[in-house]
Design a protein around this ligand. Sequence first.
Ligand code: GLY
Ligand code: MN
Ligand code: MN
Length: 362
Amino acid sequence: MKEYASRLMSRLQSTEKSEKADAVYITDPYNMRYISGFAGGEGALLITQERCVLITDSRYTEAAQNESDFEVIEESRKHRREAILQEICQQQAVQHIAYEDLHLTCAAFAKLRKALPEISSWIPAGEEVNHLRRVKTAEEIALLQRAEAIGDAAFEDLRKILKTGMTELEVAAELEYFMKKHGAERLSFETIVASGPNSSMPHAVPTDRKIQRGDFLTMDFGCCYHGYCSDMTRTVAFGGLEARQTEIYETVLQAQKTALAVIRAGITGEEADRAARDIIEGAGYGECFGHSLGHSVGLYIHEDPRLAPGAEDVLEPGMAVTVEPGIYLPGYCGVRIEDLVIVTEDGCRNLTSSPKELLIFD
Ligand code: GLY
Ligand code: MN
Ligand code: MN
C-alpha cells in the first residue's frame, strides 16, 4: 500500500503546478482505502516524504492496524487530529500540502488552514489522487469480476420467481437478499426497479406498483465485494408486448452490442458513446437517450473516465467501464441494458454473463 503513496507523491511532484507538494492529506474514504488498505472510511492519511500516517479513532484503530501497513495514530478528544497533523508537519518540516479539494468541505478546509498556520501553501490536488485508481490491477479486476458474478447469480435466482403481481419493492428486496446470500457485503447503490410506465425514469425509485402484463421491468442493481462494486441492468418483459416496445428493446440491444464491439484501448470515451448513440439516433430515438453510455467502476460506483459525449479520455487496458445505453419514453416505457467490461488492448472482456435477449415472463 505504501507503493500507492509513493506513486502519488511522485505524481504530485511532477505536475506543472508552481509549488511542489511535500505532503498530501487524504480524506476521501475511497482514496483512503485505495492508498492505505484501511476500509473503515473514518479518518485521514498524511503522506510525507518519509512517513505514511493513518489517523483514525478508537472505533477503528485495531482494524486499521490489521488492514494497513501505514503508521496508525489514534485521534481522540485529548489528541485531536489537527494536533497530530501539526506534530508531523513540524517534525518533517512540511511547507506545501496537497489536499483533496474535490472532497474536503469548505468548512473542513478552513478549520485545517487555521490549525496549521505555518503551512505556506495548500495545493488543490484536483483529479491527481483519483487518477491513480483509473487503471485496475489484476487483483482489483478479480474482485470486480467476483462482485459482478454475485449480481449475475442474484439475477438467475430472481428469474425463478419473477411474475406479474409482484411489486417493484418486492423485486428489489429479492434481488438484494439474493446478492447478500451470494456474498455481497452491501449494495453499491440503491437498487432501481421500475415497471411499466415507471421504466421511462432512468433512476426510478422502486414503488408498490404491481407488475402487469405488457410491462417492461428494468432492474439496475449492484453490490460490493471486498469494497469493489458491481453494476448491471437488465430489462425484461411480461406477457404480450406491443410491436413498438419490441422495436425499442431490439434497438437498445443493438446499440449495446455495437458499443461492446468497438470498445478497446486507444479509443476515446466519446467514440464509445458515439457508437451506441448512432444506432439509437438512426432508429429515431436520439432524444430519448439523455444519459451517457457509461462510467468507470471500482471502489466507487461512478468513477472516471466516462463514456460520454465530449469525453476526451483515451481508454487504457485495465479500465473497468459500464456500457449502458437506454431509450426512455415518458408515460410509456423505458429500456436499459448494462454490462461491466474490462478494456483490453484489442477489445474488452465482459464481466457480466446474464442473458440479454428479451426474456418474457408470465
Ligand atoms: N444506477 C447506477 C448506474 O448504472 O450507473
Ligand atoms: Mn447500473
Ligand atoms: Mn452504471
